[in-house]
Write a protein that binds this ligand. Structure first.
Ligand SMILES: C[S@@+](CC[C@H](N)C(=O)[O-])C[C@H]1O[C@@H](n2cnc3c(N)ncnc32)[C@H](O)[C@@H]1O
Length: 288
């Protein structure tokens, strides 16, 4: 079977998924299996695939039809213009999370005071790695409860040639609270938290995410379990100047504002909308 015949067959099979651009998906899968760029495929429509390559493509298409994302099939995803490896132990980085990186970069540009950046629930490491690539100075700490997720994040940091990120395993900020010397008191701290925030019902209603780790997605019955615990941990940090950024589902904006008011002392809160106009990013400035 040639490249152009395989493309047609994949497009036909993917028809059930109602994709916006099945041609692009077919090319993406072919590029992945043949280890060639898309331009090469276009220039070689008559190239014949081996039996093994055809089997591999068929297997990928079967999994795609069952709802597995292209990122999980090819084990890679782009985030903030950078390549990240992903596996079944980490959440595939989402485009809406890029806004968190933008906001941190803005904050640092506005006030270039030396900053410790903590990425709590780092997963693939996409947030902290994107920040460490863009910022020259500062300290970077990445925390996750999952050892397997941390291993993926470390692999991604190595791939991006970054050796200035400290990786810690544990529950939210507890590895830092236990060992406060990893944090300099005089420094400003910026905490990036894209913690699991879906409710069990939201997970049930989204069949396409069933292949991603549940522990990375569900945040208790109201989705706010981890943010509740994070805010109560913040009182134990000695730093005087803390900014926390939390990604949320738009339905949680009122509840999280109430939670902040209840849990945190002197604070300023702002909620930013994503590109779809949905409230997505909570920015909390705490002055002790
Ligand atoms: C929604 S994913 C976000 C991953 C990554 N930051 C991103 O934006 O793509 C949440 C991450 O939090 C981690 N996590 C869940 N519970 C945690 C806890 N109690 N303490 C630290 N990390 C936790 C999960 O393992 C997962 O990697």
């Amino acid at each position: 079977m040639t490249i152009s015949q395989t493309q047609q067959e994949i497009i036909l099979k993917l028809d059930k998924l109602n994709l916006t651009n099945p041609q692009l998906e077919a090319d993406f899968l072919l590029s992945f299996v043949l280890k060639k760029p898309r331009e090469w495929l276009l220039a070689h429509p008559e190239f014949k695939l081996t039996k093994f390559q055809i089997l591999k493509i068929k297997n990928l298409v079967r999994q795609r039809i069952k709802g597995k994302s292209l990122a999980l099939l090819t084990k890679k995803k782009e985030f903030y213009g950078l390549k990240f490896k992903v596996n079944k132990h980490v959440l595939v980085p989402r485009p809406e999370t890029e806004m968190m990186v933008d906001v941190v970069l803005e904050l640092i540009t506005r006030n270039s005071q030396l900053t410790t950046i903590v990425d709590v629930g780092t997963g693939s490491g996409c947030i902290v790695i994107a920040l460490a690539k863009k910022l020259k100075g500062g300290k970077f700490i990445a925390i996750d409860i999952s050892r397997k997720a941390l291993n993926m994040a470390k692999e991604n940091a190595k791939f991006h040639n970054l050796h200035n990120i400290k990786f810690l395993q544990g529950n939210l900020m507890s590895p830092i609270i236990k060992e406060l010397r990893v944090m300099s008191y005089e420094l400003r701290v910026v905490i990036c938290a894209n913690l699991p925030y879906l409710t069990p019902n939201q997970l049930k209603d989204s069949p396409t995410i069933k292949f991603e780790p549940q522990d990375a997605l569900v945040g208790g019955s109201d989705g706010l379990k981890y943010y509740r615990e994070l805010f109560s941990q913040l009182k134990l940090l000695p730093n005087k100047n803390i900014t926390v950024l939390c990604e949320i589902d738009h339905s949680q904006s009122e509840a999280i504002a109430k939670l902040v008011k209840k849990e945190l002392p002197d604070f300023k809160i702002e909620i930013k909308k994503d590109l779809c106009g949905l409230e997505r990013l909570v920015i909390i400035e705490i002055k002790k």
